[in-house]
Design a binder for this molecule. Structure first.
Ligand code: FE2
Ligand code: FE2
Length: 189
């Protein structure tokens, strides 16, 4: 597997971790508990500042090359590209709503629960679609020189949450992810 495909999958795994975390916060509404809105905002801020800024634009470039080489891939590529735009709009709207809640200018639940759940479901299904329909095609049709051209065409940014030099604004989110990943969590005595 090329490094680019491995990175693509690894990023999906990171996003899936965040979607699980976001969903657990949304579940708290049903237990009558208050979710951690700041954590939710950190998650959505990341989703709109890394996947939307680097991961999806890079996929769009990869998909454009796939489409040129396999006409049968056109409908699915077009659909995934449209989904990128929709996910970005929904993600931006959630950031605004969560920002308003954290800053105290609106009250909660209805502004985030339904759109939050829709975002989680849409993002998961989008990734599944890519993994089943596009990644195998990318592995088959794209060569190292394609990935080099894609990387050269995109403005690279380091992953501000999972990357080596993680940004300070995600420190609390990183701690939460580390707590969730701790194996001792599963041990009950
Ligand atoms: Fe995508
Ligand atoms: Fe993706």
């Amino acid at each position: 597997m090329s490094d680019s495909i491995a990175l693509w999958r690894a990023e999906h795994a990171n996003f899936a971790t965040l979607l699980d975390l976001l969903e657990r916060q949304l579940d708290l509404f049903h237990k009558g508990e208050k979710p951690d809105y700041e954590l939710m905002l950190d998650i959505m801020f990341y989703m709109t500042h890394y996947p939307d800024v680097l991961h999806h634009p890079k996929e769009d470039l990869a998909c454009a090359r796939i489409k040129e080489r396999d006409v049968n891939a056109r409908p699915i590529v077009d659909e995934l590209t449209e989904q990128h735009a929709r996910l970005k709009d929904c993600g931006d709207a959630l950031v605004r709503a969560l920002d308003d809640i954290v800053n105290g200018s609106i009250t909660a639940r209805e502004h985030v629960e339904v759109p939050g759940r829709a975002y989680v479901a849409d993002f998961r299904s989008h990734m599944l679609h890519e993994e089943t329909a596009i990644l195998p095609l990318a592995a088959k049709l794209l060569r190292d020189r394609d990935w080099a051209a894609i990387d050269a065409a995109i403005r690279h940014i380091d992953d501000p949450l999972f990357g080596k030099n993680g940004e300070e604004r995600y420190a609390a989110l990183r701690r939460q992810i580390a707590r969730d990943a701790r194996p001792s969590k599963a041990i009950t005595r």
